[in-house]
Design a protein around this ligand. Sequence first.
Ligand SMILES: [Zn+2]
Ligand SMILES: [Zn+2]
Length: 230
Amino acid sequence: MIGRWVRAFVDFVLPPACTICKCPGTVLCSECAATVTWVFGPVCDRCGRITEQPVTACWSCRQKPSTLSQIRAAVWFEGAVPELIHSLKYQGGFALANLLGRYMSEAWPTWAEPIDFIVPVPLHPEREKKRGYNQSARLAQVLSSHVNHPWNEQAIRRTRFTRPQVGLSAKERQSNLHGAFTADPALVAGQHILLLDDVYTTGSTLREVAQAALAAGARRVSGYCLARAK
Ligand SMILES: [Zn+2]
Ligand SMILES: [Zn+2]
């Protein structure tokens, strides 16, 4: 109830405008929304990359099986999406998190095995304090309410501060993150965990978090991202 009044007040003081073109009305106008493209088509069952026909494991998954059982994404990292994610990270509007979390629920895949709960990829506590929130946790919260699966922000924590992954090679990304995450065995043991992240690029972050969950006894780890880089 209070939330609704606060939101009505904020809307009154700051009427919603399109995140991209700033036209008044909604958080994303229909013209800008039309540039969002869904990940659609036959995919590798494991890593989720687009393939000519559905395959249980693509060439790269056969060469080097990932620690994640399945990886999926809702939309491509193109059109309005990069700017929407940037805005979600640094301006943090709840309206935008609601929209993007809904995108994730609309593209919710059928998992080979039912998931137990959703875990947002954690930020380091210092970074979270500076930013005020974890953007993946906001998405997890919205998605969780739509798909009726619980989410848990405490199950996995980032225990080591790492420099941003941007501009690093795949190898550097992996060593930058090595040992950065710790999972709580009391929460993850025996569970099928769905890791949630905003963007999937090389997958190094998801792999490293999955490693921590498996080391703490998780039965299976899958990953779901809002957007995937082409
Ligand atoms: Zn617009
Ligand atoms: Zn694959």
